[in-house]
Design a protein around this ligand. Sequence first.
Ligand code: ADP
Ligand code: MG
Length: 245
Amino acid sequence: MAGEDLIVLENVNKWFGPLHVLQDVDLSVARGEVVVVIGPSGSGKSTLCRAINRLEPIDSGTITFDGQPLPAEGRPLARLRSEVGMVFQSFNLFAHKTILQNVMLGPVKVRKEKAAVARDRAMALLERVGIASQADKLPAQLSGGQQQRVAIARALAMQPKALLFDEPTSALDPEMVGEVLDVMTSLAKEGMTMVVVTHEMGFARHAANRVVFMADGQLVEQAPPAEFFANPKSDRAKDFLSKIL
Ligand code: ADP
Ligand code: MG
C-alpha cells in the first residue's frame, strides 16, 4: 500500500573500530517514496545503504523492511537481498557473460525461474532501459552509461520492493550521466521505492520526495527538496550546499 513505511531504521548505530559511522540514525521510507541522501564524503551514506540490505551488520538499533527485522543469514537474507536491489557506482556486471545473461542470472539462480520466463522479462527490462539491441554483447563492449542501465535492469529483474542506489553516476563520463538519471527518474515516477545517494542535485530537486542530509554519521536534517534547497536549516547543510551548488 502506498504511504505505509517499507524501510524503517530506528536508533541505528554502527562503528568501524573507534569510528562511530552511523550515530542514532532514525529514518523511515514509505512505499513509493524516493529519498535522496546527500552529504560530504565519509559521512556514512554508503554504510547507511549497505546496512539496509545487510551488506553491513549494525551494532545497535533496529532496521525493519516490509514489517520484518532484517534477517541475519540463510534463505531469509537471500530473499531480503532480492527484495532490496542495489545499484553501485561500479556497475559490477559479470564480465564474461552477455548483457542478457547478466540480467537473467539472478532470477534463474536465486528465484529459480524458468529460463524462458527470465529471458522474456530480461528482454522487456533491457527494452525499458533502452539497451535491448545490445543484449548479446559483453559488458566491456558497452559504454559506462549503458552498463549502468544494464545494472539497473538486472536489479529490476529480481522484482525488488525497493532499490538502493549508491552514487550510480559518479563513475560515468559527464555525457552519460543524463541517460542513467532519466531511467532513475522514470522508475521514480512509476512508484518504485528508492533510496538514492547522489551528488546530482538536479535529480534530487526533480525526482526526490525528500532529501536527507548526513554529516559525520548523523542524519542532520531532512525535508522535501524545494524546502531543503531554499532553506537549509543547519550550518553544515548550508556549508555543504555552498560548496556544491
Ligand atoms: P560516504 O559514503 O558518505 O562517503 P562511507 O559510509 O563510505 O561514507 O564511510 C563512512 C566512514 O566509514 C568513512 O570514514 C570511511 O572511511 C569509514 N569506513 C567505511 N567502510 C569502512 C570499513 N569497511 N572499515 C573501516 N572504515 C570504514
Ligand atoms: Mg559512499
